[in-house]
Structures are given as structure tokens and as C-alpha cells.
Design a protein around this ligand. Structure first.
Ligand code: BES
Ligand code: MG
Ligand code: ZN
Length: 489
């Protein structure tokens, strides 16, 4: 699919489907739209009246245009109220238009959407994201995919001028989002720790990044007893992935992104009694880390970024870690494993210690860490904890621009009481209450002084129902946020 922005006016475009947009309670046919309505013999007015189209967010109307016209179909799309219009409304509108155009079997599409924030570049970027991400369907495991029919071949974003750079940027970001989606969606028999390491290898060789894979023995030498405790029941080797993007010139800052990479979480001997069948998604943090690496490798910012994941599976076997075992992490801290299903934090502990040794300016970890976070924030919002308000503010801004919601939660120190162990430095699991907060407090024990932010993404990595530019299934959350964050000042 080719996307380009042009100066073509509404009235001059010829092709399959033309999509025009309206703000809520401002469905008026003035200017170009009045002329278009005239040209189409009053069809727009009729369609608006017949469908009682009011322009509310997400509403739409579609009609065939009479033979002999320069277009075949017309789509009306509602943008919601003027005061709520932002970049994400455009991303969502573009996604809705893409789905309608596809239903209408359009090969060529023109889109007329307003410029938001007087930023035609950002406008073109988010529209492209909406189109590409809404049209991405994962048919790898279908013997007979449902979406046959003609493919959308050409999309023209009207009256935006030439926005080639912004459109390319959006496509590179989408490459990363789609990689993350495909890694999350594939079953645990296909995406293993080895696959994650190979994916990192592919990115490294394609774009010239540096890759270090620590094998089990290397991790042993570094004293990563916490990570290896989780890995010990699996028949598959653990792979500690460290992929580095280094800019040509001196980096203006150095960052580390650490993603939880549990390619399957059975719970271990504290075996899961429900929900195990969805636990292929437990490498969503690693998937977004690699997706971000793929985007950043193409965008080439002047920032050094370390992409890290301590990948493994959490399995059961005769050599599985026992509930009650005491593990020693690479910073020397000891952990009483009172629940083998709280395994993500055990793998992250050693990964965070490793990241801090790289002397970066900021560390971000992201993990499908707790069911408690899903209970608190649902599937549309990730939880954020941070030791550094500047970092938290940067992330908040990055997430808003990305249309991927995050909500800051408290690092309530007093709750660490719940993790005190009579025999070791800490337990890995606290009481049921505030489960996502105690998980964050556990991670904090493995960071000394580097500004740190933790994202619990257990909810938003997977959706049961389509929403905005996400179809049901893996979302690729929060690749767009991470890219924005790395690119920000
Ligand atoms: N991978 C799960 C968390 C999870 C839950 C991810 C739902 C995605 C959707 C994690 O390893 C886990 O099992 N957490 C436990 C922690 C508990 C044992 C303290 C949980 O949330 O129940
Ligand atoms: Mg678990
Ligand atoms: Zn897990």
C-alpha cells in the first residue's frame, strides 16, 4: 500500500473512495464540501439526513456515488467534539476509514482530515499509523484467510502538502509495532527464547546494531541466580539479549529498555489454575523492546539505546525451582520465592542490575507483570511507577502523543513491609492487596541510583475487541510511546 500526502483538492480527486470528516454538531456543507455536494447532485446532504449523521466520534456513513462520477464511494466520518480533537482522534479516524474502505473493496482512497495543532507533518504521521495498523491482519496461522478481495493499493492524504518524511517515519514506527504484535501473537511453541534471540540477531544484522547474547553459563558467571532460578525447569536454553543502537555522533543521552521476556508462563510449581492458555503474551515486554529497536534502528536518533531482555520460560519439571527456594540475584540480594508464579520480577531483577552497570541516564522496564494491574486499570491503560518525576513526565507526554494510555501509580514505600522475609532479604510476593505496587517495589530493590521507570503492560498488550488502530489480539503496545520517548528531548 502506497501512502502519500498531496495538495490535491477534494473536488479534483478521482478514484474509488473519498473519505471526508466532520466535527460533532458541525455537520455543515460549506466551502469545498458544498461544491462537492453540488457536483454529486446533493448526495452528501441526502446521506447526512438519511443516516442522521451527527459527526460523533467513530460514527460513519457510506454511500455509492452515481455512475459517471469521478469517485465510486463516499465515506463520512465523525471526529467528535472540536474541543476533544487531537492527534489520537485522527489516528482513530484513519483506522475507521481504512476498515470501511476495505469493506467497500476500494483499491484507491483519498482522505480529507483536518490538520491538528497546525502540524501537517504530525497529522500525516498519525493518519499513516492509523491506516497501516488498522489494516495489519495476522494471517500466518490461517490455512484460508478471510480477508480476500482487492487490497487497498493507494491512499492519498488530501491538502497536506508533501509529507514524505513524516509518512516514512510513521511506516518505520509501524514496522516496530507490527513486529511486536507478531511476536506476541505467535504461540509459545513458535516464539521461544531462541526465537527472541534470533529476532534480535535479525535486527542487528539488518540495521547494523551490536548484539550480545549471554548464554546460561555467561549468566551464571555474572551471578544471575534470580533469572536462572526461573529458567531452570525449561528444556529450552535461557537467552539474555542485549542489543545496542549507537548513533554515529556522540549520543545526547543513553537509555536502557528492559522487557520481560517470558515466552510462556505456566506459573511454575505454583501452577496457574486459570488463564494459563493466554500466557504466550508474557513476552510482551520483550516484544515491544525488540519492536522499538527495529523502529529506532531505522529512525537513527542521536541517542544510545540498550535493548535488554532476560528471556526464558516458566515451566514445571523435576528440576523446577521449589516454592520456598532462596535465590541470589547478581547484586547479591537474596530472595525467598514464596510464589513461583511471580517469576517476571525475578528475571527483571538481574536484567535491571545488568542495565545499571551500563551507566545510562535512564532505565525503563516494561512487563506483563501483574494481574493486579489489569484489575486496577483494565485493558486500555498501562500502569507506571517511577523514581524520577522528570522521567515520568516525559513518558506521560510520549504516551499521549502515541495514543497509548498510561497512568502513574504510587511507589508506596510502606508497602514493602509485605515483602519482608524472615529468612532472606525479601520475598518475591506480597499480600493480595496492591499487588502491582509491591511488584514495582520489588523491582526497585535492583536499581541503585539511575532514574528508573517501570511500566506494567499486562492489560494493554492484548485486546479481545478491536479499539482504535488495534484489531483484536496483540496490540504492539507501547512501541509508539517508547519511540516517542527516545526521540524526545
Ligand atoms: N504473567 C503474569 C501476569 C499476567 C496476568 C500477565 C494476566 C498478563 C495477564 C505474572 O507472571 C503473574 O503470574 N503474576 C501473578 C503474581 C502473583 C503470583 C503475585 C499474578 O498477577 O497473579
Ligand atoms: Mg507468573
Ligand atoms: Zn509472568
Amino acid at each position: 500500500m502506497e501512502i502519500r500526502a498531496t495538495d490535491t483538492a477534494l473536488l479534483d480527486w478521482t478514484g474509488d473512495t473519498l473519505a471526508v470528516s466532520f466535527l460533532e454538531d458541525a455537520v455543515e456543507l460549506t466551502g469545498d464540501l458544498a461544491q462537492l455536494d453540488d457536483k454529486l447532485g446533493g448526495l452528501l446532504r441526502e446521506l447526512i439526513e438519511e443516516t442522521e449523521f451527527k459527526g460523533s466520534a467513530g460514527s460513519s456513513a457510506v454511500s455509492r456515488v452515481g455512475a459517471g462520477s469521478s469517485i465510486r464511494k463516499i465515506i463520512l466520518l465523525g471526529l467528535g467534539k472540536a474541543d476533544t480533537l487531537n492527534l489520537d482522534s485522527l489516528r482513530r479516524a484513519a483506522a475507521a476509514i481504512a476498515r470501511l474502505a476495505k469493506q467497500q473493496k476500494s483499491k484507491t482512497l483519498a482522505i480529507s482530515l483536518p490538520v491538528v495543532n497546525a502540524e501537517p507533518g504530525l497529522t500525516a504521521q498519525v493518519i499513516t499509523e492509523g491506516l497501516v495498523l488498522a489494516l495489519h491482519l495476522d494471517n500466518r496461522f490461517k490455512s484460508d484467510p478471510e480477508d480476500k478481495g482487492p487490497k487497498l493499493e493507494q491512499v492519498e492524504l488530501l491538502a497536506l502538502g508533501n509529507q514524505e518524511a513524516a509518512i516514512t517515519k510513521a511506516q518505520q514506527i509501524c514496522d516496530g509495532v507490527i513486529l511486536a504484535r507478531e511476536l506476541v501473537a505467535a504461540p509459545a511453541s513458535i516464539v521461544t527464547p531462541i526465537t527472541l534471540a534470533q529476532t534480535a540477531e535479525n535486527i542487528a544484522s539488518e540495521y547494523g546494531l551490536t548484539l550480545e547474547i549471554l548464554e546460561k553459563e555467561d549468566c551464571e558467571k555474572l551471578g544471575m541466580g534470580s533469572y536462572l532460578g526461573v529458567a531452570q525447569a525449561s528444556d529450552l536454553p535461557p537467552k539474555f539479549i542485549h542489543l545496542t543502537y549507537t548513533p554515529q555522533d556522540t549520543p545526547r543521552r543513553k537509555l536502557a529498555i528492559v522487557g520481560k521476556g517470558l515466552t510462556f508462563d505456566s506459573g511454575g510449581l505454583n501452577i496457574k489454575v486459570s488463564g494459563m492458555e493466554t500466557m504466550k503474551i508474557d513476552m510482551g515486554g520483550a516484544a515491544a523492546t525488540l519492536g522499538t529497536a527495529k523502529a529506532i534502528a531505522q529512525l537513527k536518533p542521536d541517542v544510545e539505546v540498550h535493548f535488554i531482555s532476560a528471556a526464558t520460560e516458566n515451566m514445571i519439571s523435576g528440576r523446577a525451582m521449589h516454592p520456598g527456594d532462596i535465590l541470589t540475584a547478581s547484586n547479591g540480594k537474596t530472595i525467598e520465592v514464596n510464589n513461583t508464579d511471580a517469576e517476571g520480577r525475578l528475571t527483571l531483577a538481574d536484567a535491571l542490575v545488568f542495565a545499571e552497570k551500563l551507566e545510562v541516564d535512564g532505565i525503563l522496564d516494561l512487563a506483563t507483570l501483574t494481574g493486579a494491574c489489569v484489575v486496577a486499570l483494565g485493558n486500555d491503560i498501562g500502569g507506571m511507577w517511577s523514581t524520577d518525576e522528570t522521567l515520568a513526565t516525559q513518558l506521560q507526554a510520549a504516551s499521549e502523543a502515541a495514543g497509548e494510555k498510561i497512568w502513574q501509580m504510587p511507589l508506596e514505600e510502606r508497602y514493602f513491609e509485605g515483602l519482608k522475609s524472615p529468612i532472606a532479604d525479601m520475598k518475591n510476593t506480597g499480600p493480595r492487596a496492591a499487588g502491582s505496587i509491591t511488584a514495582a517495589l520489588f523491582l526497585k530493590q535492583f536499581i541503585k541510583e539511575t532514574p528508573w521507570v517501570h511500566l506494567d503492560i499486562a492489560g494493554p498488550v492484548w485486546l479481545d475487541k478491536e479499539n482504535g488502530c488495534n484489531n483484536s489480539g496483540a496490540t504492539g503496545y507501547p512501541v509508539r510511546t517508547l519511540v516517542n520517548w527516545i526521540l524526545s528531548d
